[in-house]
Design a binder for this molecule. Structure first.
Ligand code: NAP
Length: 503
């Protein structure tokens, strides 16, 4: 990691433009993250943050919106009035429509109207609908503000399927070199996810065990307790497979399964992740029918409160929920077909309105080859490494120990706990803080390369097509549960069970 810091120095000056500066993502995540890095003194002193949207706001109007957002989304203890004033002073807002070519000379003039304009790093963060990515790239090229120091950041979703992902990549790629394109997956910025790399590759003891000889199976769960809320119109066109599996879950799987790169470099990690995606066992129609489960939440109870069904949630946004066939839950079994992982199942699961909010990876090891305590009482469970991605980031290694006491041997499961909050008495930065600084510094290691995104779509697409052609509806599960019964059966058939958070 030291190599990364030295290879990618912070530039002297930066114009960080957020297209969609008045949107939810900008106000809830991006601007608070930039503020936090300003608070830490990490932003280049000569940084401007430029917001672009169609909202009729002048600089002061946007600053007021951002001030409110900081009060809402930054912990009170981190709100330093002097830094807030400095940060708000960096902000400028421009009223522009990405679809209209008129008036873009004003954006050109704004970028030129600063000292060191010729050497300033320009970041263009596209926090707008993906349908605008192509138009925006074209506008930027037309007005001549894309130079070799420019970087463009693309938010998910990148495409709806392989062809549309290729179209987005082509449109942006006509203007920006691949090395200038930062496709963000905020999971990769999480401390616990980066720590997974460090745990695997900076410690010697795990690597000999990290293969089909010692690992029984791997589980990756991203569970949300929230429903679709206001995102219904977007979500109903996407579903859990596109929204979560194609990107976040497959990226987590890659980090668990990849080979050690020679070093943590700009392409080395991404090369290894790509090899994992290419080694995923292609899903045949029979595999899809047998090894995937899709579900949709019905009304139920979440934390004791009644919540409506997905169809009713959609209805509230003006859509006809009864006609929707979109899944809000996916569970599946897959395999990485290479020497290291041959025969090891990887079980993936994600859903909305589940019984808890948790993202976790569990590596379940095989039972010891010989049972030496035949007459012992108590429970001996296989070792597990449980990586908690969120909330309460950390990891636990589950072992079997002898319960203290005279007489016979009584076995008891115990765990070695690394809680980030306890082990490191400091605020854990939000994933966006790390990733936005990487963009400013030009470090692409934790961003998805074009070939990764397209390899993920290539693997997912047969599942999408099979489900689309099936007359079956997604299976119903009551909100506030762990998903359809079939997801439990998926593992029980193999003599396994889902490891719920603190078992
Ligand atoms: P949002 O709240 O609807 O905001 C969209 C932003 O784009 C607004 O600032 C809007 O401002 C601006 N905009 C829309 N049309 C425009 C145009 N023609 N020209 C210029 N600006 C335009 O959406 P969001 O939730 O922030 O999401 C933005 C993108 O990030 C989406 O692609 C979304 O899928 C992705 N994303 C969001 C989240 C999240 O947590 N919100 C998470 C992951 C990915 P005006 O209407 O004033 O123009």
């Amino acid at each position: 990691m030291a190599e990364i810091a030295s290879t990618y120095p912070v530039p002297d000056s930066c114009d960080f433009t957020v297209f969609g500066g008045t949107g939810d993502l900008a106000l809830r995540k991006l601007l608070p993250a930039l503020y936090q890095r300003d608070l830490e003194g990490q932003l280049p002193a000569d940084t401007r943050v430029l917001g672009v949207s169609r909202s009729e706001l002048d600089d002061e109007g946007w600053r007021e919106e951002v001030r409110t957002a900081l009060r809402t989304h930054v912990a009170a203890g981190d709100l330093d009035e002097a830094v807030v004033a400095r940060f708000l002073g960096r902000l400028r807002h421009l009223v522009l429509d990405a679809r209209e070519p008129e008036d873009w000379h004003r954006f050109h003039a704004l970028l030129k109207d600063r000292p060191h304009a010729e050497t300033t790093v320009r970041v263009f963060y596209l926090a707008v609908a993906p349908s605008l990515f192509g138009d925006l790239s074209t506008r930027l090229e037309e007005i001549g503000v894309v130079d070799e120091r420019a970087r463009v950041v693309l938010e998910k979703p990148i495409g709806h399927d392989l062809a549309s992902a290729q179209a987005v990549n082509d449109a942006v790629g006509r203007v920006f070199e691949e090395s200038q394109i930062f496709r963000i997956d905020h999971y990769l910025g999480k401390e616990s996810v980066q720590n997974l790399l460090v745990t695997r590759f900076a410690n010697a003891f795990l690597e000999p065990l990290w293969n089909s000889r010692w690992v029984d199976h791997v589980q990756i769960t991203v569970a949300e307790s929230l429903g679709v809320g206001e995102r219904g119109p977007y979500y109903d066109n996407a579903g859990a497979l596109r929204d979560m599996v194609q990107n976040h879950l497959l990226q987590l799987l890659c980090l668990v399964a990849m080979e050690p790169p020679t070093h943590i470099g700009r392409e080395t990690v991404r090369d290894e992740k790509l090899k994992v995606l290419q080694a995923l066992k292609p899903m045949t129609p029979v595999d899809i029918d047998q090894h995937t489960v899709r579900g949709r939440y019905a009304a139920g109870l979440v934390e004791g409160e009644p919540v409506p069904s997905y169809a009713d949630d959609l209805g509230r946004t003006g859509l006809d929920g009864a006609r929707s066939r979109t899944e809000t839950f996916v569970a599946m079994k897959t395999e990485v077909q290479n020497w290291r992982w041959s025969g090891v199942p990887f079980y993936l699961r994600t859903g909305k309105r589940m019984d808890r909010r948790a993202s976790e990876i569990v590596v379940v090891f095989k039972a010891p080859p010989h049972h030496m305590f035949p007459g012992s009482e108590g429970v001996s469970e296989p070792n597990r490494l449980h990586i908690q991605v969120q909330p309460d980031e950390g990891m636990r290694l589950h072992l079997t120990a002898k319960e203290p006491g005279p007489g016979g041997i009584r076995l008891r499961p115990v765990s070695l706990d690394l809680s980030y909050a306890t082990a490191f008495a400091q605020r854990l930065p939000d994933a966006y803080e790390r990733l936005l600084m990487d963009v400013i510094k030009g470090n692409p290691t934790l961003f998805m390369r074009r070939d990764e995104v397209e390899a993920a779509w290539t693997w997912v697409e047969p599942i999408l097509n099979r489900w689309a052609s099936s007359p079956d509806q997604p299976l119903r599960y009551p909100a506030g549960t762990s998903g359809p019964v079939a997801a439990t059966t998926l593992l029980e058939r193999d003599g396994r069970s889902w490891q719920e958070s603190d078992q």
